[in-house]
Design a protein around this ligand. Sequence first.
Ligand code: NAP
Ligand code: MG
Length: 500
Amino acid sequence: MVSTRSTTSDPGSGPTSASTGIFDYAPAPESRSVLNLRSSYGLFIDGEFVDPVAGGSFKSISPASEEVLAEIAEGDAADVDLAVQAARRAYTRTWSRLSGRERGKYLFRIARILQERSRELAVLESLDNGKPIRESRDVDIPQVAANFFYYAGWADKLDYAFPGKAPRPLGVAGQVIPWNFPLLMLSWKIAPALACGNTVVLKPAETTPLTALLFAEICQQADLPPGVVNIVTGAGETGRALVAHPDIDKVAFTGSTDVGRQIAKTVAGTRKKVTLELGGKAANIVFDDAPIDQAVEGIVDGIFFNQGHVCCAGSRLLVQESIAEDVLARLKRRMTTLRVGDPLDKNTDVGAINSAEQLAKIRELSDVGEQEGAGRWSPPCDLPSNGFWFPPTIFTGVTQAHRIAREEIFGPVLSVLTFRTPAEAVEKANNTPFGLSAGVWTDKGSRSLWMADKLRAGVVWANTFNKFDPASPFGGYKESGYGREGGRHGLEGYLRWDAS
Ligand code: NAP
Ligand code: MG
C-alpha cells in the first residue's frame, strides 16, 4: 500500500487519504499568484467600497489552514439601510428604465468577465471555502458564468417567457446566501433578479464573503450602474436586518430550514415576495439492475462532492438488499482512493470542512450515529493537523429512526439503508420532512419514470447525481422550501403582472 503524503509546504496542504496501492500522486498545487487579495474589504454600496457606519469587522479564514485571508467589514442595520436606499435609487432612476436588451448587455459583459477571471475566482473560492480546486475550477465557476449567460439571454425576452402577462420587475431584492457554493449561489440570485429589471442587496455568508467582493469588483469593471448590485457582508444579524428592511420587495434566501422558518415569519403579512431554498436529506436509490460501477461513482459524487456540503447531497443511500453487499464492497474500495487534503492541490477529491462550527456539527451527529448502533467506516486517512477536516464516512445498518437518517449532516457522511421492493424504496425515500432531490439507478427507463412520479422531491436524477444546468429549475417540496430557481421558472420569483 502506498500512502500519498503531500510534500508541499503550503499551509493547509497535508497528507491525503488515498492508498491506491497502484501509484502515488505528486503534489500539484494551484498557484495563488493569480490573486490580488486585499488585506481588508469594505461594503459594496452604490458602486463603491465603503466603510461600515459602526466600523465593525470580522476575519475570513482559509478553513484548510486557519490562515486569516482578509479583514471584512461587518454591516449592520444602518449599512443595510444605505444599501437598500442605493438599490432603490438605482432601480427607479436607471435599471428599471433600461430596455431588456440593454440590461442583457450588462449581464453578458459580466458573464464574459467571469469567464476571463475564472482562474482567479476558482482559487479564491477554494481558499475561502475549502472546496477542491478541481470542483471550483470545473463546476462552480463555469456554472456561475453559465447562469449569467443564460439569464442575460432572457432579459429582452420576458414577454415571450410569459406571453400576454406584461411582466414587470418587483423593485429591490434582499438576498441572503450560504457558504457551500458562495459564488454559484450569488449567481442563482443576482442573474435572474437583474435580468428581470430588479436591483439587489446581497449578503454573503460570514465564512465565505471573498468571491462576492471580487464579484463587486467585476460589477465595477463591467461599468454596471452604481447601486444595481450592493454587497453587504456580515453575519446572521446583517441578514436579519436585510430581510426585515421595510423597503425591499423580495426576499430570496438559501440556507438552513431553521433560518428559513424565521424569515417566513418575518415577511408574513408584508408585501414582500419570498423564495426559500432550504435543507435536504436526499435518497440515492440503487436497484439491482443498475450498472453498479457507475452507481458507485454516483454515490461517491452524491455525498463526497464539496465535502457533502450540498443541500441536495445524496446523503441516504437506499440500496436493494440483494446487491447491498456487493455495492458496499465496491463503495469502500472506491473510497480508499479518495484523496483528502489541500483544496488548492489539483489532485484533491475532498477538501476542508468549511468551519470549526460545521465540523463540530458533523462530529456530533456522527457520534450519535455510533451511539444509536449504526456501523461506522472510513478509509485509512491521515488528516492535516491544521484546519478543519473530516474523513469520508459511511454508516451501515442505519434504520429510519436513526437521527443520521433523518437530520441533515451537511458533511461527507453517508447513511446506508436497504430495501426489497420499489414500493418500499419510495416509502423510505419519502419518509423525511425534506424534499429537495433524489437519485434513481436502474437499467429500466420505465422504472425511473415510475419512481420520479412517486418521489416527493424537486429534482430527481436518473443514473446520475448532482447535475445542474442553468435552464433547469431547482427547488424543494415540504421543508426544503418553496419557489424555484433556475430556468424560466426562476424568472417568476422576480416578476409581477398585477396592476399594482
Ligand atoms: P444558515 O445558517 O441558514 O445561513 C444562511 C445564510 O443566512 C448565511 O448568510 C447566514 O449568515 C444568514 N443568516 C443566519 N441567520 C439569519 C437570520 N436570522 N436572518 C437572515 N439571515 C440569516 O445556513 P448555513 O449553515 O450557512 O448553510 C447550510 C444550509 O443551507 C443547509 O441546511 C443547506 O441544506 C442549505 N442550503 C440549501 C440550498 C438550496 O438550494 N436548497 C443550497 C445550499 C445550502 P451567516 O453566514 O453569518 O451565518
Ligand atoms: Mg472563509
